[in-house]
Design a binder for this molecule. Structure first.
Ligand code: PEP
Ligand code: MG
Length: 316
């Protein structure tokens, strides 16, 4: 029985018609990689680097960051790794950075906005990443909390300058789609990046105007709300115009029904907490793409999240 379970986990998330969805793990430290692979992860679709800063009382040096990124690449042994640049601000505050107080931190200097204001944070991180890339492996860099084209252009030019200084290989550069502005302008943003990864936790918060941490509103903050699904559909359509792939690394990727719906919307990669991987793979192996596309088409025209959830088990 155990051997059978392990075999199931290691199988790809292939639908009955052969369509395959890439399955990544959300993992922050090299020592968590073996468990993620044992659960059936095919790579790391989201490494949240803020944990390097949050777990300690000071800022990690370029060398320390290099060691961690290199350790992740080595632990993955050729499998893909997407490292997200520092996403500080909002719910993730780092006391030792002494950032100014904000009335609305979720609408403030967060993610890419902070990186562009703080070269002392951005540059060591990019240098560490490109140094790690020089040693080989399948590394991509992703930027959080993007809302506009100029942010992407500015961040890419920092990447290119540092890559050239280090004589490092080019690596794919992607952005998080987690603000409605980015989803709505996805067709424009796609021309400037190699891939998108949708952060449904923040996309839900910003689309529905619900603080993701407010326990009174937790039930309403449903990433399967038709509004959020429409933003995801726009993102996929925008990416397709430029032949870019779209992943999802927010919590709904790890929900079996959510994963089925996202696949039907055209998402190519799902990255999740390692323990969610086996159930998602099992769910995807039950369906074919046409069925999931029909399910997604119904979901985006539903009136409420409840109606979307009621589609679960209704023949898909
Ligand atoms: C998200 O917003 O969905 C996401 C994956 O990023 P985080 O949860 O780290 O904000
Ligand atoms: Mg986010």
């Amino acid at each position: 029985k155990r051997a059978e379970e392990e075999e199931q986990r290691s199988l790809p998330a292939r639908l009955t018609d052969g369509h395959q969805v890439a399955i990544g793990a959300n993992v922050n430290r090299p020592d968590q990689v073996p468990l993620a692979l044992a659960q059936g992860g095919e790579g790391v679709g989201l490494m949240r680097t803020e944990f390097l800063f949050l777990e300690r009382g000071d800022t990690p040096s370029e060398d320390e960051q290099y060691e961690t990124y290199r350790g992740m690449i080595d632990a993955l042994d050729g499998r893909p790794l997407i490292v997200r640049a520092l996403d500080i601000g909002g719910d993730k505050q780092v006391a030792h950075l002494n950032l100014p107080h904000e009335e609305n931190p979720f609408l403030g200097v967060r993610g890419a906005r902070l990186l562009l204001r703080r070269p002392d944070l951005l540059e060591p991180q990019l240098r560490a990443l490109y140094r790690a890339a020089k040693g080989g492996g399948d590394l991509s860099i992703m930027f959080p909390m993007i809302t506009s084209v100029p942010e992407v252009i500015a961040l890419r030019s920092h990447c290119e300058r540092i890559r050239a200084e280090l004589d490092a290989p080019a690596v794919p550069i992607g952005i998080m789609i987690e603000v409605p502005a980015a989803a709505i302008q996805a067709d424009v943003l796609a021309a400037h990046v190699d891939f998108f990864s949708i952060g449904t936790n923040d996309l839900t918060q910003y689309a529905l105007a619900i603080d993701r941490q407010n326990p009174d509103l937790a039930a309403e903050a449903d990433s399967l709300h038709p509004t959020v699904l429409r933003l995801i559909r726009m993102t996929v359509e925008g990416a397709r115009r430029h032949d870019r792939w779209v992943g999802v690394c927010g919590g709904i990727a790890g929900d079996p029904f959510g994963a089925a719906l996202l696949t039907g919307l055209g998402v190519a990669e799902l990255s999740m907490t390692p323990r969610d991987i086996p159930a998602v793979k099992a769910r995807l192996r039950e369906s074919d793409l046409a069925t999931l596309e029909a399910l997604a088409a119904k979901a985006v025209t539903a009136e409420t999240a409840e109606q979307v959830r009621a589609l679960d088990g209704a023949g898909a």
